[in-house]
Structures are given as structure tokens and as C-alpha cells.
Write a protein that binds this ligand. Sequence first.
Ligand SMILES: [Zn+2]
Length: 149
Amino acid sequence: MSNNDIYHEMIIDYSRNPINFGSIDKPDIFMHDSNPLCGDSIDLYMNVDKNSISEIKFNGKGCAICIACTSVLTELTKSKKINEVIKINKNDILSELGLQNLNAVRIKCALLSLKILKFSIYSYLSNEIKTNEGHKKLTKLKEEASNLY
Ligand SMILES: [Zn+2]
């Protein structure tokens, strides 16, 4: 099997058996977003304990690429400190599944959940952080999320 076949199988497998699929009652962080072009629709739930993402779940529907990338994203996020989670970038997700060369339409499927992750952590932290310096750093996170695709 070529690398492409292996990645293809991984994507199909994740989409049939998503990881961290489900929801959290009264999560510390929740956000929903969708990708109308494809019909992907994702709810992301997280709990925070001592500045780490102690629990993460997602719910919704989407194409194979969307569900596979969201599964990978939740695995990369789980148990990590928030300041590490905000550094997760699109290549961390895309390279895991061999998707570096996606076209402009499919990239939205792949990165929808990363966008939700970044925006939801942005809004969580903007309630937590009180200093001006902290808010300046946060603005960068928001810009990064806006420019993902
Ligand atoms: Zn899609």
C-alpha cells in the first residue's frame, strides 16, 4: 500500500469510529460552528482543570475529512495545557492524515474544528485574563483563528 492508501484508510476509519465523540454536561467551554459549503456541523465541548484541557468531546455530523480531522484534533488537545493547545497549528492536523495538499474547499472541512477550538479558547480566556498584556496576546489568537482559511 502507498502512503496515500494508508492515509485514506485512516480517514475512513476515523470517520466510521470517531475518537472522543459525544458531549459533556455543563462544559467549561462550548462552541458550535458549521461549514455550509459541505454541511459539516460540529459542537466542541471541553472541561478545564488547572489550566489543562481535562476532557474534550465533539458531536455533530460531517464528511469523512471533517470527522477524521476533528478526531485527530481532540487527541492532540486532550490533557494538554491551554498554552500548548493554542499553539496547535493547521499542519499538526493536516500532516497527521496526509492532507497537506487539500484544495480550498476541502481545507474548510479539515480545519473547521481547529477554528472552533481557537475561537472557543479565545472567548474562554478573554473572560479569565484581566491584564492588558494578556489581552494583547489573546488578540493574536483571535487573528490566527480568523485567518485559518
Ligand atoms: Zn466537509
